[in-house]
Structures are given as structure tokens and as C-alpha cells.
Ligand binder design. Structure first.
Ligand code: XMP
Length: 518
């Protein structure tokens, strides 16, 4: 049984889903334009949450149609909670009034509970909640009762007199809302009557059993990149099918971190894989990238070369081991969900995946992690015995260091960026900061600057250091690293890499900047 979160493009939709999961309820994000009936059936949805969203309730006719449908579901026993935009939308379709910019509220706001209700069990009568809205519900129809009001006199929560329909103007999923988890939990357990039994480890154990039952014979292939998603996918296949039937393929593009192929080989062997295939294609990638400086062109060249090398590798493997019957792919939940917000989503990551899919036409594909968020993948990886040096590895882009050398790539620049990457990672690990950051890496800028090295004038490269904190890479904030640490990184880079004379620190958040530079 699941909780369905109807996504209207709100920035916190995935956070709501993660909070429900953290409380022990399987949750799925359902874009508002999906067929809600089908989703309810397919996912066995027993409670619905309408998420926040950047728009106004009357901006598109379809919004009201979706909400009317959801209200119908409440009449059939599927409880509904509207959050922020969801709160406004429910009030609107039930005959209430929503007005624009009459009582905008942003940030921490005091909320007064006016009427005792299950939703607020265990919550004090005054608490601080996180608000972020321009539009406001200014009047409710007969059937909806005010449960709480904000310090600015806005309707902060309501419920239906008889039906299990609730709305909260604030964001219970955000950490700044006191007792927010309690409110969500009251809705799911007391209003919806759900039992919190879900957790990622039992979910993956079930998936492993399903894969085992579905593929009783034949060989599986998993392409690994060295990251936690693909290695955990391979381990799921290993647990399901055993070491004789699972083949792992690693293509060394030469655009990876220093010693990456050995790192991956050792980790895979340590985990218990027997069929480890490493293809060194570094010279082919570097040759193909000669003269290419445009970022999109680089990605295109790399994707094309990857496809070519990958297809050759499969052909060679199949000559020796016979046809593969299944291909395991490391897609994770955020890669899969098309957000309600136009233009959002990890399109770059998807396009990279599609390349792989195409070259395995006709082979069954399993995506055992397609249900999970990154932090859940890490929990699963640990549960399945993946070494912690892999579990806690930072994400690394498919096109690798090619997007961290701005402009044209050559062997010298690759050597410089590999060395700088090694220095940054070493220092962060030594200082115990690596695991606290989402990503941290140097970028080689295509400009030179003056410096002094020894007693003479030097003219060399500038390295930009990027370190960010994030939960899902959709947004990120630059890490406020200690000055001493930044200074240590800068000193080591300029003293150990003769071609670099200057290190700068990137203090932009995402948005507006992206995490990677190209
Ligand atoms: P941006 O730069 O868009 O990156 O903020 C978001 C996250 O995605 C990673 N990334 C990629 N991963 N292939 C990948 O597999 C790619 O082409 C790619 N580009 C960016 C990036 O490292 C960050 O974690």
C-alpha cells in the first residue's frame, strides 16, 4: 500500500515523498497530468497528498479537474491532505475563495490551533510553521471547518466536516515546521489508518526475490560506472542470480579519476563478483575529443563513443559467454519522475542512460533501484554489504572530467585535473568532511593568470574549487568550508601541480548555477 503525492511542480514534492518513507510509508510521486485512477490501482494508493506548486489555482482548468477527482476519491475512502497549493486547490474546488497576494507569508510563522482534531494530536496549540505562499484561502465553504489560523490571520489548516479531507497552508515536510512530522504521521496513521511497515531494505529484499524468480536461467549484464547506484544495482543482481551468472562491465573512458579502473576492479572483486570485464578505451575517447571545446558537443561525442565501445564490448562478451538475457540498470527514483514543473528533471542523466538502453534492444531490462532515492540507495548498499568507500562516494558525472576541464581537453589538462581531484578528495577525507558534502571537486578554467613560483614569475592555470551540500542535486548550496581547509587545498594544488598558479572558491548556489560547470 502506498501514499500518492500528486505533483504540481512544488519544490518540496520529493521532500514530502521522502518524509512519508522516513515515517515508514511507501510513497510515490504522481505528476498531476497522469491518469490518477490508473496510478491508484497500480500503486495501491490508500492516501493522497496534493503537493505545493508555483502556480495559482485558476491558472489551468486541469488543476481543478484533478482536485475534483481527488475529492471524489475521499468520498470513496481515500483520505486527502492538501499542502500549500494543494490546500488552496481543495478549498477552491469545494467553493471557497482563494485570493492573490492578499496575505503573502514567507518563512517561519506562528500557527494557532483553534479546534482539537486528530491531525494535531500531540501538537501544541501554538507552533511555528514554514510558509511560502502568495495566494491565500480567504473564505471556506460550509463543509470545510477552520482548524488553525496563522499569526497573520490567514487560514492555516482546515478539514471537511464529514469526509477525510484536510488542507494545511504551511509545509509540514520542511524541517523549520515544528511538529511537522507529527502532523504528517497523524494524517497517515490516524486519519488514513495506514500502518508504517515500509523500509528500503525489506523492499529491496523483495525485489531481489522477484528478480530471482523471474530469471531462473541465463546471464545478466550490468554496466558499472564506479558510482554507488550502478554498483548497488550489480550487487542486487549478484544476490538474485549468483556470481556465475552476473557479468559486470566497466568502460574506462580515460575521463575518470586517477586509478579508477583499479579502484572499481578491486571493489567488485572484494564484493564477490567473478565476471569482471574492464575495457580500456581511454585513447579512443581522448582522440575523439580532440578539437572539441563546446560543452554540448563534448557530451555528444562522449555519448556516441560510449555507445560504440559499449556495443563492441557486448559483442565480444556474447561471443564468449552467449547472449545476455537481462540487463541491469542503475536508474534511481528522481531520474524517473517527470516533475509537474515544466523543464525540471534530470534530463542529462536520462539521455546518458538512453544510449545504453538502445544498444541492448531486445534484452530485458531491470531497474531494481528505480523506486529509491539516493539516501535510500545508500542504506540498501550498506544492507547488501557494499564497502563504505563506495556507499559514501560522491556522485560523478557520466562524461567525467571532460566537463570539469572547460574548453578543449588534452592529456596535460587531464593529468592536472586528475591530480587536483586527488588532492581535494584526500584532504576532505583526512579532515572528515568528505561524507558531509554532496560533491566537492576542482574545475580547470581555460584561462591563465600570473603568479610567483619560487623566485620567478609564473603564468599558469586557475583552478576553481566547487563544494556543495544537497539532498538530491536539484538544488544545492555552496559549502561554507573553513578557511584553513580551503587554504590547505590551495597550497597543495599550487605546490604539487606546476601548471597551476591560483585556486579560487566557487560561492554560487544552484540555482542559478549548476553543480557541474558544463
Ligand atoms: P548539474 O550540473 O546539472 O548536476 O547541477 C546535477 C547532478 O548530476 C550530475 N551530472 C551528471 N551525471 N551524467 C551523469 O551521470 C551527466 O551528464 C551529468 N551532468 C551532471 C552532477 O554531478 C550532479 O550530481
Amino acid at each position: 500500500m502506498s501514499v500518492g503525492i500528486i505533483d504540481f511542480g512544488g519544490q518540496y514534492t520529493h521532500l514530502i515523498a521522502r518524509r512519508c518513507r522516513g515515517l515508514g510509508y511507501r510513497s510515490v510521486v504522481v505528476p498531476f497530468f497522469s491518469n490518477i485512477d490508473d496510478e491508484i490501482e497500480k500503486e495501491n494508493i490508500r492516501a493522497l497528498i496534493i503537493s505545493g506548486g508555483p502556480r495559482s489555482v485558476d491558472e489551468e482548468e486541469m488543476f481543478a479537474r484533478v482536485a475534483i477527482k481527488v475529492v471524489e476519491k475521499a468520498k470513496r475512502g481515500i483520505p486527502v491532505l492538501g499542502i500549500c497549493f494543494g490546500h488552496q486547490l481543495i478549498a477552491y474546488v469545494m467553493g471557497g475563495r482563494v485570493e492573490k497576494r492578499v496575505k503573502s507569508e514567507f518563512g517561519e510563522t506562528k500557527v494557532n490551533v483553534m479546534t482539537n482534531d486528530t491531525l494535531f494530536d500531540g501538537v501544541p496549540s501554538v507552533f511555528t510553521a514554514w510558509m511560502s505562499h502568495n495566494d491565500t484561502v480567504t473564505s471556506l465553504p460550509e463543509d470545510l471547518v477552520v482548524l488553525a489560523i496563522s499569526e497573520n490571520n490567514a487560514i492555516a489548516a482546515f478539514r471537511h466536516r464529514e469526509l477525510p479531507i484536510y488542507g494545511v497552508q504551511f509545509h509540514p515536510e520542511v524541517a523549520h515546521t515544528e511538529h511537522g512530522l507529527n502532523i504528517l504521521s497523524n494524517f497517515l496513521s490516524k486519519v488514513a489508518g495506514l500502518t508504517p511497515t515500509w523500509n528500503p531494505t525489506s523492499a529491496i529484499d523483495e525485489i531481489i526475490n522477484e528478480i530471482r524468480a523471474k530469471y531462473p536461467t541465463g546471464n545478466a549484464l550490468v554496466a558499472v560506472s564506479g558510482g554507488v547506484d550502478s554498483i548497488t544495482t550489480a550487487v542486487v543482481m549478484l544476490k538474485a542470480l549468483g556470481p556465475d551468472r552476473v557479468h559486470v562491465l566497466f568502460i574506462d573512458t580515460g575521463l575518470m579519476r586517477e586509478g579508477e579502473a583499479d579502484f572499481v576492479r578491486n571493489a567488485l572483486a572484494e564484493i564477490g563478483f567473478k565476471n569482471i570485464h574492464i575495457v580500456d578505451a581511454s585513447q579512443r575517447f581522448i582522440r575523439a575529443l580532440k578539437g572539441v571545446s563546446d560543452p554540448e558537443e563534448k557530451r555528444r561525442v562522449i555519448a556516441e563513443k560510449f555507445k560504440e565501445v559499449f556495443e563492441e564490448a557486448i559483442e565480444n562478451l556474447e561471443k564468449n559467454y552467449g547472449k545476455f538475457i537481462v540487463f541491469g540498470q542503475g536508474t534511481i527514483y528522481p531520474d524517473r519522475i517527470e516533475s509537474g514543473k515544466a523543464g525540471a528533471g534530470s534530463t542529462k542523466i536520462k539521455s546518458h542512460h538512453n544510449v545504453v538502453m538502445e544498444s541492448l534492444r531486445g534484452v530485458a531490462m531491470v531497474e531494481p533501484l528505480a523506486e529509491f532515492y539516493k539516501d535510500e540507495v545508500r542504506v540498501i548498499a550498506t544492507h547488501l554489504g557494499v564497502p563504505s568507500r563506495i556507499v559514501n562516494r560522491h556522485p560523478f558525472p557520466g562524461p567525467g572530467l571532460a566537463v570539469r576541464i572547460l574548453g578543449e581537453i588534452d592529456e596535460d589538462k587531464l593529468r592536472i585535473i586528475k591530480k587536483a581531484t586527488q588532492i581535494v578528495e584526500e584532504i576532505l577525507v583526512e579532515e572528515g568532511l568528505y561524507d558531509k558534502l554532496w560533491q566537492a571537486f576542482p574545475v580547470l578554467l581555460p584561462v591563465k593568470s600570473v603568479g610567483v613560483k619560487g623566485d620567478s614569475r609564473a603564468y599558469g592555470y586557475i583552478i576553481s574549487l566547487r563544494a556543495v551540500e544537497s539532498v538530491d542535486a536539484m538544488t544545492a548550496s555552496f559549502a561554507k568550508l573553513p578557511w584553513e581547509l580551503l587554504s590547505k587545498i590551495a597550497s597543495r594544488i599550487v605546490s604539487e601541480i606546476p601548471e597551476v598558479v591560483r585556486v579560487v572558491y566557487d560561492v554560487t548556489n544552484k540555482p542559478p548555477a549548476t553543480i557541474e560547470y558544463e
